[in-house]
Design a protein around this ligand. Structure first.
Ligand SMILES: NC(=O)c1ccc[n+]([C@@H]2O[C@H](COP(=O)([O-])OP(=O)(O)OC[C@H]3O[C@@H](n4cnc5c(N)ncnc54)[C@H](O)[C@@H]3O)[C@@H](O)[C@H]2O)c1
Length: 371
């Protein structure tokens, strides 16, 4: 197969779909790998590193989209990119279609077979291709909150760890999955007072055991969220209902009850955000203020640390990517966990949560592939 990797074009996105190490493995499997010139610049990987791995450097993204049987990326295709996709081609990347009807239309119109990293599953019910970026975003969310809490950045002027004789800042994490756990680790490391809310009691038990008394856990109800959010200096939004739009757990009305200069970090913004007042921001302008509350809603947080993120992402995507390159759509039929990643095929939406969120008809993935 011809496997192609264009340079990412989303604002401040420096990661790359294939590292030289990953390219080398595709080549070892007998595939031809096409890399757009400069695609690895953001992770300090030169074209020569890809050539040493056996890949071919091409000058433009257009050559990747027209020549590759499978396109491997990081972020969802932008309008200029989805216009170049075509039937019979596999797109393997993050998509986050539920809050994005325009992109969904674009993928449907193209006829492409689109496999979304974020809905591939594993045997333990986890999301193995989302997890590494959630680990990065979870850890970064506390760095972002700490920075935004500084007075010069519009925040309350609170140091999360406090100092001897002054209480630490209060961090409230809504959603105790991968993002929530990593955020808690960092917040505890800084010495903050940390509370995690989740709807899953088994998950709250795990977190309680893991943190051995160093975090408070609470079952997530509107009442609990209100009480915690009103007392917080920083709130991390980290909920996920796989494939679906995030529930709006912090409403606009609640902002007036919050401390002035408190910070909301909406990590779930890539699924539409879990705060009613969120809208996606970029690394160039990451925050905005509403009713005295600072919002940080960067949709591609791991893009800020591309070297760490690109390697972590490639570690996770490589085995499934190799299966797709080796076997094409047969790889989907052979592995229900990879099949769970199929979101769009030949004009059909094949993921139930995406279809429901967008009010579209869903065609069973297996039927779409065999039809
Ligand atoms: N902005 C970014 O750059 C970025 C990067 C990585 C991940 N994310 C996003 O972060 C979000 C969280 O990802 P994750 O990997 O931690 O997911 P996860 O599935 O590991 O965890 C989500 C948690 O939310 C909990 N939850 C669901 N409904 C809830 C509710 N009403 N109240 C409280 N908790 C609730 C679930 O029980 C689960 O424990 C996702 O939307 C993901 O796409 C964003």
């Amino acid at each position: 197969m011809r496997v192609g990797c264009p340079k990412e074009i989303k604002n401040h996105e420096y990661r790359v779909g294939l590292t030289p190490a990953a390219a080398r493995e595709y080549v070892a499997h007998g595939h031809q790998v096409l890399i757009e010139a400069g695609a690895g610049a953001g992770i300090d990987a030169a074209d020569a590193d890809y050539e040493a791995a056996g890949a071919t450097i091409v000058a433009t993204a257009a050559e990747i989209f027209s020549g590759a049987d499978m396109v491997v990326k990081v972020k969802e295709p932008q309008p200029a990119e989805w216009a170049q996709l075509r039937e019979g081609q596999i797109l393997y990347t993050y998509l986050h279609l539920a809050p994005d009807p325009k992109q969904t239309e674009g993928l449907i119109a193209s006829g492409v077979t689109a496999v979304a990293y974020e809905t591939v599953t594993d045997a333990r019910g986890g999301l193995p291709l989302l997890a590494p970026m959630s680990e990065v975003a979870g850890r970064l969310s506390i760095q972002a909150a700490a920075r935004a809490l500084e007075k010069a950045h519009g925040g309350r002027g609170v140091l999360l760890g406090g100092v001897p004789g002054v209480s630490p800042g209060k961090v409230v994490i809504i959603g105790g999955g991968v993002v929530g756990k990593e955020a808690a680790k960092m917040a505890i490391g800084l010495g903050a007072d940390v509370t995690i809310l989740d709807r899953s009691i088994p998950r709250l038990r795990e977190l309680d055991d893991l943190f051995a008394g160093r975090v408070h856990t609470r079952f997530s109800t509107p009442t609990a969220i209100e009480e915690e959010v009103f007392a917080a200096d920083a709130i991390i939004g980290a909920v996920l209902i796989p494939g679906a739009s995030a529930p709006k757990l912090v409403t606009r009305a609640m902002l007036s009850g919050m401390k002035k200069g408190a910070v909301l970090v909406d990590v779930a913004i890539d699924q539409g955000g879990c705060f009613e007042t969120s809208h996606a921001t970029t690394h160039a302008e990451p925050t905005f203020e509403i009713d005295g509350v600072v919002h940080y809603c960067v949709a591609n947080m791991p893009g800020a640390v591309p070297i760490t993120s690109a390697h972590a992402l490639n570690n996770a995507t490589l085995p499934f990517g190799l299966a797709l390159a080796d076997c094409g759509i047969e790889a989907l039929k052979a592995d229900p966990h990879l099949m769970a990643g199929l979101n769009v095929h030949r004009g059909h939406v094949t993921n139930r949560a995406v279809a429901q969120s967008l009010g579209r008809e869903m065609v069973d993935a297996r039927d779409a592939l065999t039809g």
